[in-house]
Design a protein around this ligand. Sequence first.
Ligand code: FDA
Length: 518
Amino acid sequence: MALFRCLAIALALSFSSCYLSTPSSATPSDGFLQCLSEKIPSELIFTPDSINFNGVLVSTIRNLKFLTNTTVKPICVVTVTDASHVQAAIRCGRMNSVRLRVRSGGHDYEGLSYRSVRSEVFGVVDLAKLRAIAVSTDEGVPMAWVESGATIGELYYTISKNNPEVAFPAGTCPTVGVGGHFRGGGMGMLLRKYGLSIDNIVDAKLVNANGDLLDRMAMGENLFWAIRGGSGESFGIVVSWKVSLVKVPSKVTVFNIAKKLDQGTIEILTKWQDVAPTLPSDIIVRVIVQGQQTIFQSLFLGTCDELLPIMTSRLPELNVTKADCSEMSWLESVAFINFGNNDTAALLNWSSTGASAFVKIKSDYVRHAIPKSAWQKIFSWFRMNGAGLVILDPHGGFIDTIPAGATPYPHRSGVLYNIQYIAFWPSNDDGSTAKSWVNNFYDFMGQYVTKSPREAYLNYRDLDIGKNVVVNEVSMFDSGKVWGKKYFGGNFQRLAAVKRAVDPTDYFRNEQSIPPLP
Ligand code: FDA
């Protein structure tokens, strides 16, 4: 008995440094908020009683469908301004058994950075005020340290203003946050030349479940591997990332060519599937299908005169001419792809004020070209009520050369293209028509896309493909496997092993976080 008591005291003492016990005098929420108020300036803590709580909560939300009264919201939002605040929030959370969600740019398609699907008590660590970007050179290679709360638009703008011949491979939407984007992959117009964002990250600073601030050396290669594309929020909060910048010429070429059904779009699209992934890696031609029209959107790292002979020989049906080309700086091309003009300063706008989208997204990967006869049927889906659009991002080139296990993102060799399905509806509509369109279309596409697993892209988060089951406060590996194999293929098991090593009690948890390996 005495031995048991000693063990219990020893365990209690050792656990007290892990912050797991709940003071008996207060509810977990009270204890958590009290603890925060002792460690973080009060003007950075917003509870539902604060006048600005709603303003702060919605400040970066992009998907307005999560702004309802029934949405499970946080008990506070902490707008940290320093890594030490992140450490304090995690320590207070663990001490009081209150979980945290982390938000950088707020673009999560299922809103998991600021809402919970289940009824639970949680706080949000909002990194929007941690958005510094510092550009440097390491042995002649341009680099940047970027804080997670910066947007990719700010990153593009800052590095390019510093040197117009450097760039960074990341997504096309400038308001996406660095933190969430890097933790899930980072797919954009430079992916065929330089891969995803995660293929160009060389260091990171992460606060782990014990509240320790770790760089790459301190966290070790397994954890560093996991946070780059493997659902970083499952392992901690990444405060900043060191990225290796890439070279681009002073002039690049872009084009947007629209082809209607009666202009041969089906023939071109059928051929595009094999051509786009095998073009030189300096060229990307992505596709947007909406209504009865396809837009072929391209970035080429060179001049129009260099591009034309390649397109004429590889995809003559598209009939790219000099009149289609616009030459500009790489930074202007980012603005052009987004806004259709060269207003590069607009890449710095990040607030969600004015966001009006209600969306549902799903994703697929195609490894075998879809036959022409099937495209006829596919186009009939875009005549239906509630029809949205799809974006096809070709792979091949550099992204293909990276082994599937080098990062958690496994959709590499053999992938022809990624499909993003987008359903959207206005605020005065309940979305049921658009949602059933996307669900039925996704079911129909099952016959043409990858199977066993049906691959999906983590950054296009979709809770329909599976949610964790939680037993005794720990997410179950078997339930995670259902969705995890789709996002991560054979890398899921390794992610779960890293989770077991660094967060065995599953403190960092959401509906699709990596469960600890049993
Ligand atoms: P948010 O803050 O909501 O975080 C997303 C997830 O990451 C959450 O689970 C969150 O907890 C976690 N997280 C955030 N910060 C973290 C941190 N510092 N440490 C650990 N975990 C963290 N994708 C793409 O590849 N290419 C593209 O072109 C686009 N385009 C695009 C346009 C629009 C309008 C939207 C809404 C989304 C995209 N995306 C995209 C998808 C985007 O990459 C994805 O939603 C990112 O996760 C968003 O990152 P945020 O930081 O903005 O989101």
